[in-house]
Design a protein around this ligand. Sequence first.
Ligand SMILES: NC(=O)c1ccc[n+]([C@@H]2O[C@H](COP(=O)([O-])OP(=O)(O)OC[C@H]3O[C@@H](n4cnc5c(N)ncnc54)[C@H](O)[C@@H]3O)[C@@H](O)[C@H]2O)c1
Length: 399
Amino acid sequence: MSLTSEAVRIGVAGLGRAFVLMQGAFHADPRVRLVAAAAPRAESRAAFEDQYGGAAYDSVEAMCADPEVEAVYIATPHQMHREHVEAAARHGKHVLVDKPLAVTLEDGTAMVEAAEAAGVQVIVGPSHSFDAPVRLARDIIESGEFGALRMIQAFNYTDFLYRPRRPEELRTEEGGGVLFSQAVHQVDIVRLLAGGMGRQITAMTGDWDPERPTEGAYSALIGFEGGAFATLTYSGYAHFDSDLWMGNVGELGHEKPADGYGAARRALKELDPAREAALKSTRTFGSATPLRTPEHHEHFGPVIALLDRADLRLTPDGVEIFGNETREFRAAPGTDRPRHGVLDALVDAVRHGRAPAQTARWGMASLEVCHAILRSAKDGGAPVRLEHQVKTDHGETSK
Ligand SMILES: NC(=O)c1ccc[n+]([C@@H]2O[C@H](COP(=O)([O-])OP(=O)(O)OC[C@H]3O[C@@H](n4cnc5c(N)ncnc54)[C@H](O)[C@@H]3O)[C@@H](O)[C@H]2O)c1
């Protein structure tokens, strides 16, 4: 077997909820193999060794030093991403770091510098900008078939704020609230479709529940280089669930159960607040029931892109094109290979030195937009200029 066709050997940093969500993708893809993990809890390490037979470490640094590990998937809490990306870079390992890149722009800058100095690839993902319908819509826009992109509307109404949380997930300055965990998906999608180069933003945010005092909602208007503009709206307080407008398919691509209404708020109401973080840990690796393969692609709520000669509606299966005189549907392939977009990017980066759009610099640009939403809202919706934007582009080849 040639080196380029060998499976990429991955070490996982953090065996929590995000890893549970990625497991199906790792299992389904013979181009990658899980060989090591790092986790503070002995039970998680034992569960990993049982299931994968690799080496489980109690520190990310030690895992990164393992010569068997080629690339590291970092799925630790946001505020640890910098330390863990820097550790991987020090050991010359490529990185897939879950979104957001970091919480502060200062950490983001340090991570970009560490990756570039070490010559390793850093991909920020998974994020919903890797979803197959988003990439199909991007290809349609880029092809010029329907003229220029003019406007995008993206919105999502969820129960995000009422799912079980670690305490810092409800403290904005530590990366809590909907901006760093949720807006970053919507920003990634919209930037990917619009070419990446946001110019300025104006926004308002909502912090409406004193029991969970952080931003739970926002609306933002972004202007892009070239004149296109986009509105982004998100509510994590929702009673109306916008998945109803996505064929009742949830974010992870599963059809939603008919009796699920109000489940998150109901479960939280019955919970002793001191036990909330413990409840979250029942959804992590070693405790959670593995997810079944989804019937559809993942999505992040309704997205509509208006071009000169067509409007595109993204669905969990592809893109519906409303042209001047005809209407058609183009399917996005690969529903049987969950999250294959992000693994395509990882394999391409590690084996062929080809970076996807979602590099560390890209992650920094999306993080900048999240901070700009907070800043604009703090100033009553004043415009904020964006300075760290990068184009939707494939990065340089490093080999
Ligand atoms: N929860 C989700 O649905 C979800 C989805 C996609 C992405 N993410 C992203 O994944 C990241 C993790 O979020 P999460 O929800 O999985 O949190 P989580 O609390 O479920 O998991 C984090 C894990 O990191 C481990 N950890 C803590 N310190 C560590 C250290 N020093 N070394 C190694 N492991 C350590 C914890 O034990 C825990 O298992 C966040 O950046 C988040 O944005 C979460």
